[in-house]
Design a binder for this molecule. Structure first.
Ligand code: HEC
Ligand code: HEC
Length: 233
């Protein structure tokens, strides 16, 4: 009899746990999946199936200065615990080291592939100092194959055509009824008043050009990018 009771309690405990996971999953899909992927496998945000982060802490406090916001005002501790249960339920063992040669990837980055021309300090592209932590490998691969599929927030492209017919294409820095500001590929900051311009167009293409890379080059670049985790910070 006592054993039966124990079994019943255990079954109840299990179903309470799986109810928690389900509620956590529902919220995860709504609030987290746009960045972390529908199965927590990562996207624009990191893969969470292998994370070693202090989940409850990161979810409530966020990661300051990144796209990862703080959720403590949105969810109470119990709800955060359910989301954590869901993330834990997706856990996979740590994957092996990334294939490819990071040293050669770095050489390409600063050398022939000329990524550094835009991504070093002062360039038009975003800093990649934390990109290995911030983005999943699948996202980075897609970025190297098709830069325009998803554009980094804050780095949208604008084309301003002046009344004399000339135009400037660059990263949008400001746009309102009276003026437009952008940074061109020449790294210059441009500011135009509305009455100077003939048209302002949002361009769905990234300022990052399509890369002509071979598959081994992509693999080595990905190996290098995955080492950029901002650890010195
Ligand atoms: C707008 C995109 C975005 C949304 C929405 C988002 N995250 Fe994040 N998240 C990120 C990014 C980017 C990072 C990496 C931050 C860094 O360390 O640079 C991150 C980091 C994390 C980490 C730390 C992972 C690690 O290994 O360091 C956890 C855990 C996490 N997010 C959970 C969540 C949960 C749970 C939600 C939903 C409640 C959520 N995130 C919503 C973008 C997002
Ligand atoms: C002509 C300038 C230019 C060159 C060359 C360039 N990029 Fe970019 N890159 C950008 C710009 C601008 C963005 C931001 C807009 C966007 O996301 O498309 C960007 C975005 C990225 C992102 C996404 C960053 C994020 O946080 O989501 C990655 C990764 C990246 N570049 C890697 C590379 C690599 C690797 C190379 C070399 C093979 C390279 N880029 C060459 C301009 C450039």
């Amino acid at each position: 009899m006592r054993r039966l009771l124990l079994v019943l309690c255990f079954a109840q405990l299990l179903s309470a746990q799986s109810a928690d996971v389900d509620v956590g999953k529902g919220n995860f899909r709504l609030y987290c999946a746009p960045c972390h992927g529908i199965h927590a496998q990562g996207g624009r945000g990191p893969d969470l199936t292998q994370t070693t982060a202090d989940l409850a802490h990161v979810i409530s406090e966020g990661v300051p200065g990144t796209e990862m916001g703080a959720y403590s005002s949105q969810f109470d501790d119990a709800m955060i615990a359910r989301i954590v249960s869901y993330i834990r339920s997706t856990a996979r063992g740590a994957s092996g080291p990334v294939a490819g040669d990071p040293e050669h990837g770095r050489a390409l980055f600063v050398g022939t592939a000329n990524c550094a021309g835009c991504h070093a300090a002062g360039g038009v592209g975003p800093s990649l100092a934390r990109v290995g932590r911030q983005r999943s490998p699948a996202y980075l691969r897609e970025k190297l194959l098709h830069p325009s599929t998803e554009i980094t927030p804050g780095y949208e492209t604008l084309i301003v055509t002046l009344k004399d017919g000339s135009n400037v294409r660059g990263i949008r820095r400001g746009l309102d009824d009276f003026s437009a500001q952008l940074i061109g590929l020449d790294r210059r900051f441009y500011s135009f008043r509305r009455n100077e311009v003939a048209s302002i167009e949002k361009d769905s293409h990234s300022l990052m050009p399509d890369q002509k890379l071979t598959e081994p080059e992509i693999t080595d670049l990905l190996a290098y990018l995955s080492t950029l985790r901002g650890d010195a910070k």
